[in-house]
Design a protein around this ligand. Structure first.
Ligand SMILES: [Mg+2]
Length: 263
């Protein structure tokens, strides 16, 4: 029988861009201060290693961003998972982008004035600054190419980005993979996310009887609790760290979450 909720340890699943960091015009243009790197290390330690970064970025990109911190990570929206922070990179959960699709995406991005093509190996992000009608045309062209060349592949919409990736890989897959194993197994997961790509993660968190926290306006109302901006995520996570250091159980952590958020 499962122990009562009160005695479950907590685990943390954190999206990065828009959740811990403000958005930048280019994914490499974000700046990470030493206090955030230190906070992630503290949370990893205080949670007994039950902290996972769950990002659209590759795990390599996360390591560069947060160096010297290296943690458990789900990269590329669930296309790669790293359970052991000592490992250099993630284990791929999918095949690389088919070459014909890669070439087609390059042509489409150029024709539709996309600003940047980010080749992540197992997925391709098409960054843009397009108004809605032009973005829809770009999305339509990408979808058409997937349907014709690689039907298992889908186009996901994020903030100023369209991402082409295998349809069966989501952040939920990453959460489920980690929750099946120590130290996450049996924990009460708490997830922070800001974008439509985090909704799969929130759904998985619900199945694992955890708490989801939406950050910012983009998916407002989709989480159990709400924060207004990344700086509020950091303030809340600092309180969670302090509570864990004081030996707080899931019930007290829950009270900390409710104090800092709104429904
Ligand atoms: Mg995000």
């Amino acid at each position: 029988m499962r122990s009562p909720t009160i005695s479950r340890p907590i685990s943390l699943f954190l999206d990065v861009d828009g959740t811990l960091l403000d958005y930048a015009s280019h994914p490499d243009a974000v700046w990470v201060g030493p206090t955030l790197v230190e906070l992630l290390g503290d949370l990893h330690r205080a949670s007994g290693g039950s902290l996972a970064l769950v990002s659209g970025r590759s795990i390599d990109s996360l390591d560069r961003l947060f160096a010297p911190f290296r943690g458990v990570a789900v990269g590329l929206h669930g296309l790669e998972v790293r359970r052991d922070p000592q490992e250099t990179s993630g284990r791929p959960l999918a095949e690389p982008v088919p070459e014909v699709l890669r070439e087609a995406i390059g042509r489409i991005a150029t024709a539709h004035s996309a600003t940047l093509l980010e080749d992540k190996g197992a997925a391709i992000a098409v960054h843009h600054h397009l108004p809605a009608p032009a973005m829809q045309a770009l999305r339509h062209a990408l979808r058409e190419a997937c349907g014709r060349l690689a039907p298992r592949w889908v186009v996901m919409r994020g903030r100023r980005v369209l991402e082409v990736k295998p349809g069966d890989a989501t952040k939920a897959l990453g959460v489920d993979t980690l929750m099946a194993e120590a130290p996450f197994r049996g924990s009460m997961p708490i997830a922070f996310g800001d974008d439509v790509t985090d909704l799969d993660m929130f759904e998985a968190i619900r199945r694992h009887e955890g708490t989801s926290i939406a950050v910012g306006p983009r998916i407002a109302g989709s989480g159990d609790l709400q924060l207004d901006a990344p700086e509020e995520s950091l303030a809340l996570l600092r309180e969670v760290r302090d509570a864990l250091d004081d030996g707080a159980d899931a019930l007290r952590i829950g009270a900390v979450l409710r104090t800092r958020t709104h429904a």
